[in-house]
Design a binder for this molecule. Sequence first.
Ligand code: SAM
Length: 283
Amino acid sequence: VSAWVVEKLYESWRQTFLATKTFFEARTDHQHLVIFENPQFGRVMVLDDVIQVTTGDEFVYHEMLTHVPMLAHGNATEVLVVGGGDGGILREVLKHKQVTKAVLVEIDQGVVDMSIEHMPSVSAGAYDDKRVEVVIQDGVEYMAEDGQKFDLIIIDSTDPAGPGEVLFTESFYKNCAKRLKPGGIFTCQNGVPFMQGDELTDTQHRRKPHFKDAAFYVAAVPTYVGGFMALGWATQDPSYRKLGADVIRKRYDANPFPTRYWTPDLHVASFALPRYVQELMEK
Ligand code: SAM
């Protein structure tokens, strides 16, 4: 039987999906997890009443959070993903042949297991890749340890409510800066600024003391409704953000891989921000 599933993210505005079949619904150790089928978006994963991934549009988010820093860096070999239990970021990271190690730190084993079982196209075998190491732990604890450093740190978190809240604190950003190798880049999901403006302003203030270059870039993800989504960008090297499409294209052509959203031109264009987003950064 079909049912309407309502996303409860905002006080006064809600997105609704027709669920034609429910594959899984349970409380994991950390969150309420539901996976259902929608005729338009395919399999949809919901955590604590908030849409996380759909098999129909996940490519936008996963490609942009991964390939922009990968291509800007040019030679990232060791990558850390925090959150991202669905495996979509890992799948995109592994498209880069020079990557020798990808560590995923996810708080909720249930998300990993249910994604592999019910949304296998998202991880697409990433969890079987020898380069991947999975750590089931709170990302905040992991980052506070004096451990290995990475070329790239990608935060694929839930929104700043529930278990994901700690991934938006200043002390977390400070520890991320410490766990980057020289020339390393940090990216994170930062919500939809038209709807979650404070989140963008707060992130900017909390990162700024710890990175020479703290910025955002944007992507249009259909199920993160409300206009562009903001992706956070932070590094000690401001030159990465100024690389032209010719440089990015040359790097890509030397080692091409399939994409559906990311292109060298779009890579460069995604750093151009609407004025209302610039204003939120400066608030
Ligand atoms: N791409 C989607 C999005 O942007 O919403 C999916 C995000 S992914 C499913 C978010 C993951 O972050 C979840 O699997 C959740 O369990 C994990 N997570 C939340 N808080 C965490 C924490 N403190 N440490 C590690 N992982 C965390």
